[in-house]
Design a protein around this ligand. Structure first.
Ligand code: LMR
Length: 397
């Protein structure tokens, strides 16, 4: 069974995380994996999560199976968070199942697409999150790219993107990032979402929106703008959500997959396939993370506390975007990094060469993904000087 195998390649993001952990240099900086870090460089448990966990410990009465769709209370709350007052919810055209993380949600979506339309191709942005192509290919689907990020202007290649999307045939799937595009930090503007909606309507492809960072760009509602617009405009939509980042529940693996079909009856049928896909895969999701999130969102005081903690994470990242730009400028770095301030979410491409990335890691213990994707949340007042002088050095030499 195993004797003929070669070792699988290390995951570019999780492998980097392991390498950073093993690095013993005290001045090391982790700009790699997409986890939020506070001013002290820690990824703390949110206070609202601590409280919700304590309540859950006191009030939980059973550990019996939760069912294939997971926790109904969580699912209803996630529907509200993602869709707000979207018509599809009122019309009972939304079926949601909670899943083991956002990646679990994507894999369930992929398996469902394969089941419904095995010949479908999934179109994804160039670049996209490193694991996106692998998840859809693992489900047996074909994957194609559409142009998205222009390294020369550090912005969206809108014309090229829409030229490519114009070629997507009926029945194919177009994967979009709701906000905080991973890895570029460049998001679609409202008029772009409108164009996607019109093209999907005209051409008959189905958008799949990955909303892994709701609340990390501007606020919960603005960050869900695209999902809500598509939900209002289209007969069919798939979207996935994650509570890893906005609730800081990374290791609890809690996310959700939602499908919208043309009618309530079609949604019931689609849901039966969604659940059967889940049953064939992992049977049902773990409960813990969902019950924490439901506890928070069901309780006005805990929800207000969460919104405050979420805003603090978002504001810290955005303020470090500005600080990084001004500190590099003050250090005499000639290259203009002003684009970092215009981008949103945890990530931006620094746009530096592979040798410079390698040098930052080997000489200065600064870790970022090989594409130059940097997690801005890894910066703080204590490591900023080291980061700025290392950048100035590798850019100068
Ligand atoms: C990232 O992009 O770094 C995160 O989403 C973590 C992961 O699983 O890749």
């Amino acid at each position: 069974m195993f004797s003929h195998l070669q070792a699988a390649p290390t995951d570019p993001i999780l492998g980097l995380m392991a390498a950073y952990t093993q690095d013993t240099r005290p001045f090391k900086i982790d700009l790699g994996v997409g986890v939020y870090k506070d001013e002290a460089g820690n990824t703390p448990i949110l206070a609202c999560v601590k409280e919700a966990e304590a309540r859950r410990g006191r009030n939980e009465t059973t550990k019996t199976y939760i069912g294939m769709a997971g926790d109904p209370g969580f699912n209803a709350q996630i529907d509200q968070l993602s869709l707000g007052g979207a018509r599809a919810l009122v019309d009972q055209r939304v079926a949601t199942a909670h899943t083991p993380g956002g990646t679990g949600a994507l894999r369930v979506a992929a398996d469902l697409i394969k089941r419904c339309r095995p010949e479908a191709t999934v179109w994804m942005s160039d670049p996209t999150w490193g694991n996106h192509p692998a998840v859809f290919k693992a489900a047996g689907l074909a994957v194609h790219e559409y142009p998205y990020y222009d390294p020369a202007t550090q912005s969206l290649r809108a014309d090229a993107m829409f030229d490519a999307v114009a070629q997507v045939p009926a029945g194919d799937v177009v994967l979009l990032h709701a906000c905080c595009h991973n890895p570029s930090g460049v998001d679609l503007a409202p008029e772009h979402w409108q164009r996607v909606a019109e093209m999907a309507q005209r051409q008959g492809f189905v958008p799949l929106v990955d909303m892994a960072y709701q609340g990390f760009s501007s606020d919960l509602d603005s960050d869900a703008y695209g999902v809500r617009l598509l939900a209002d405009a289209l007969p069919e939509l798939i979207y996935t959500t994650s509570c890893s980042k906005n609730f800081g529940l990374y290791r609890e693996r809690i996310g959700a997959v939602s499908v919208i079909a043309a009618t309530a009856e079609q949604t019931t049928v689609a849901k039966s396939h969604l659940l059967s896909t889940i049953r064939n895969n992992y049977s049902m999701p773990p409960a813990h993370g969902a019950l924490i999130v439901a506890e928070i969102l069901d309780n006005a005081a805990l929800k207000a506390q969460w919104l405050g903690e979420l805003a603090a994470m978002r504001d810290r990242i955005n303020s470090y975007r500005s600080l990084m730009v001004s500190r590099l400028r003050d250090a005499g770095v000639e290259r203009d990094f002003g684009f970092i301030e215009r981008q949103r979410g945890m990530f931006s491409f620094l746009g530096i060469a592979p040798e410079q990335i390698q040098r930052l890691r080997e000489e200065f213990a600064i870790y970022m993904v090989g594409s130059s994707r940097a997690n801005i949340a890894g910066l703080n007042q204590r490591n900023m000087d080291h980061f700025v002088s290392a950048m100035a050095t590798v850019l100068r030499d």
